[in-house]
Design a protein around this ligand. Structure first.
Ligand code: FAD
Length: 430
């Protein structure tokens, strides 16, 4: 997509208004080709992040002949999937709910594609739509310059030493994801603990923990799956469960739980569907509170809608807990050299701790803007489905807490909106 910059610089060179605005605004020390501080004018949207969301946005724009560029801090597309996930990961939801716009998963892929298959799908997607992100470019700062009516992004290249580039564009699409930075809790005594302490973003497989006692902190989908992986590698995992959690079977009545829920919601109110899900879960999994996994008072779908908290889709962990291969433990009070002290007063020795404590958005660190994103959690302040559009050509994709399905919806809306804007301008100009 490089041509976007070059060609559009050419177009802008013939746009006296644009050139006047930009020239008026140039700093006295205008960049030269040898200057470590370069400035690039982009006439199309700039997308920050080359995960599935960024790719989907670029593809939808491409379908409308709107060129864009993607800036990506790592050296590959879908860096979360390629660099920060464990080996045994599969899509949690069936493939038809995870496809990006205009491209289905290959029919020979299983219902729940493996991580490698998903990455292959995304690489193929980027290839099909000729998406070539600019890698090793970290956006450090972005703000709207009302004098020229454009966004200015300061970008640091981790590849070319200290080069910083300023991108100037009219549309900014934030696609940095809900999972941009690992959340690592402060645990008393962590410095003293002599075993490994590792966030799940750095956990690959249970192989290195064979024969070891491992404490997994956090009982979301990742924590549950890491426990299962550790069991399968002959480690002895325990699971810290601090909050209540809905565990549902991944499939019920021969269908995926997610697909069945979506179908039922077409006919029945959410509360009734929640009751149905809980009844079937109870029949299939039994009373999870007997295992130390209390259910929240709100139903799984209601909770998801209100807080974004995803129910755990069980892929076999519960059976291991029932069989006593995984122990459930309360919150950690503090760590000592080899020991974990729990809030119930019990102490146990562990060789390692895996933190399945989730991720957070990094938008507040780099986007200087107060209307659209909450600076507290880095998510759009308007609730779904209205969080995708802000002011001055600012958009968000992939912040709906609705996974890849939500990102696809955002991508189509954003491309339509930018197309409308261009059409209106063309009409106005003619
Ligand atoms: C273990 C796990 C399993 C999951 N399974 C599913 C599933 O089965 N189905 C589903 O729908 N969802 C699933 N998800 C949710 C997941 O968030 C989405 O699938 C998907 O990765 C979101 O895509 P994204 O592009 O919005 O964000 P990401 O994939 O996180 O991509 C964001 C990109 O932005 C880049 N970036 C961040 N900050 C900057 C910056 N300042 N400058 C430049 N680049 C930057 C990052 O390097 C990254 O490449 C899962 C998540 C995890 C962690």
């Amino acid at each position: 997509m490089d041509y976007c910059i070059r060609e559009l610089e050419g177009k802008q060179a013939h746009d006296p208004l644009f050139m006047k605005k930009m020239n008026n605004h140039k700093s006295p020390s205008s960049p030269s080709s040898t200057d470590p501080h370069r400035r690039v004018f982009v006439n199309g949207p700039v997308i920050v992040g080359a995960g599935p969301s960024g790719l989907a946005a670029a593809a939808c724009l491409k379908q409308k002949n709107i060129p864009s560029i993607i800036l990506e801090r790592s050296n590959c597309i879908a860096s979360l999937w390629q660099l920060k996930t464990y080996d045994r990961l599969r899509l949690h939801l069936p493939k038809q709910f995870c496809e990006l716009p205009f491209m289905e998963f290959p029919s020979n892929f299983p219902t729940y594609p493996s991580k490698q298959q998903f990455i292959k799908y995304l690489e193929n997607y980027a290839e099909t739509f000729h998406i070539r992100p600019k890698f090793n470019e970290t956006v450090k700062n972005a703000e709207f310059d009302s004098k020229i009516g454009c966004w200015k992004l300061k970008c640091q290249s981790s590849f070319k030493g200290d080069v910083t580039t300023e991108y100037v564009c009219r549309w900014l699409i934030v696609a940095t994801g809900e999972n941009a930075e690992a959340v690592v809790p402060d645990i008393e005594g962590a410095d003293e603990f002599e075993g490994v302490i590792r966030h799940t973003s750095l956990y690959k497989s249970g192989e290195e923990f064979r024969g070891k006692r491992v404490l997994v902190v956090g009982c979301g989908n990742s924590g549950m799956e890491v426990c299962l992986d550790l069991c399968n590698h002959d480690a002895t995992p325990s699971l810290v469960v601090r909050d209540s959690v809905h565990v549902l079977p991944r499939e019920m009545l021969g269908k995926s739980t997610f697909g069945l829920s979506m179908w039922l919601l077409k006919w029945f109110p959410l509360r009734l569907v929640d009751r149905f899900l809980l009844l079937v879960s109870w029949l299939l999994l039994g009373d999870t509170s007997q295992l130390g996994l209390d259910r929240p008072t709100l139903g799984p779908l209601q909770l998801k809608n209100l807080t974004g908290k995803t129910p755990v889709l069980d892929v076999g962990t519960l059976a291991k807990i029932k069989a006593g291969h995984i122990k459930v433990r309360p919150s950690i009070k503090k760590l000592k050299r080899h020991t974990v002290e729990f809030v119930d007063g019990r102490s146990e020795n562990f060789d390692g701790i895996i933190l399945a404590t989730g991720y957070k958005s990094n938008v507040p660190y780099w986007l200087k803007e107060e209307d659209m994103f909450s600076m507290k959690d880095g998510f759009p302040m308007k609730p779904f489905p209205n969080g995708w559009k802000g002011k001055n050509g600012l958009y968000a994709i992939g912040f709906t807490k609705r996974g890849l399905l939500g990102a696809s919806m955002d991508a189509k809306r954003i491309a339509n909106d930018i197309e409308q804007c261009l059409k209106a301008e063309a009409k106005h100009g003619s």
